[in-house]
Design a protein around this ligand. Sequence first.
Ligand code: GDP
Length: 477
Amino acid sequence: MTQEDTAVNAYTDDTIAAIATPPGVGGLGIVRLSGPEAFDIGLRIFRPAHPLTESESPPSHQLLYGHVVDPASDTVIDEVLAAFMRAPRTYTREDVVEISAHGGPLVLRRILELALAAGARSAQPGEMTLRAFLNGRVDLAQAEAVMALINAETDAGHRLALRQLQGELSAEVGAARGHALDAMVRIEASIDFPEEEVPPPDPAELAGLIAGARQMIERLLAGADRGRVLREGLRVALVGRPNVGKSSLLNALLRTERAIVTPVAGTTRDTVEEKALIGGLAVHLVDTAGLTPSDDPVERIGVERSRAAARSADLLLLVLDGSEPLMALDESVAAELHALTENESARPAILVLNKADLPRQLPDDTAQALWPGAPLVATSTLTGDGLAALEGQLAALALGGTAQAGDALVSSARHKDALRRSLEHIQAAEVTLANGLPLDFVAIDLRAALDALGEITGETATADLLDRIFAEFCIGK
Ligand code: GDP
């Protein structure tokens, strides 16, 4: 995509048109027009059943029954319902026309072509939402929430996207910005008008404002990992020596769920990854082949993949065979796992004692010694015993033990990154202030922190960043 092709650079006040429904055959399909000429173009191709007089404008926000007619040949293309919606109470805050036609790809394409022939321009991906953003109807975080909402696969992801769309994240970021901005304004007033009556700001008061901003950013960051899990799903790695029942467990977990999502692409023969819905969460289950180092070059690849899966997992299931005594291999798998994760913050793990339908040979405390503090669940993939308990543990650990996600507002890597950078600058401002350096320096740090926060809601987003974000949208949105 060249610079000129991107939605942000293409933005003018022309009228754009797109098929707003997914490609393929459907019961209904919608062609959407937005821009100052939307009504004129709409009326050139749509003939209402009850004709309007020459000077009459179609009633706003009402459905009109009629036909799409090719003005050049006077042929009827389809029987449709059309909604003419006057700015500003529309998706883009511009005049919008939506034509609901029969959902065949050919019909929709013909209608779109007629709109283009009548003077509209073909919309770029995300251009409708971009206009909503540029016209101030939504901020950038809300515009991104539109895409998250469309792509949501789980109830949890859906709820999170909706809260973001309704502006909850924007309000929190705005509050943090407000504190930093207050501090900034006080400093700048004293810098800009040193001779006037503006007294130098009280350092304690400045420190209080800056600390307030920092605490808000920290709170948002604290919920970010949980937000990511809610949005993208929880990555769970099943680890254990061969034959303890990892594959059986994976299949059993998939089977217990009614809504099974399709297998993830890129499945290799070394690690098998599937996606299930557990407690309203998307869970990516990875069955690892083995962690123990090997001299066999082929096996080595499998070991590397398994290690990578274990390293990137949010949660580990250490699977043991409860019907056998502990084996040296169990211990070496656990040791490998500890080695892989020891430099990181505590990674939640669950000890799974499988084959509970057979007489127990492995005592709880022997298993527990492999991973002190981890919850222990006995399961049988044959009878299904313990699977519900395992799922409960999984969901509870995923949501940080509280099983509620009220404080998780940040779910995108982009937002987390901006918050992290903002936090660094805020902390630098605090140090600068505490060291008694000139207030200009504090202002520089605060400005950088404000800019980073503004990237989330869009105040300081560059055209490049906007292009990158909106290019991920689908056409017609
Ligand atoms: P993996 O190598 O860890 O993936 O283990 P598999 O899932 O391939 O299972 C190894 C063997 O244990 C198979 O013969 C399974 O049928 C059996 N198995 C798995 N789970 C259970 C269980 O809960 N109870 C019993 N009795 N056998 C099981």
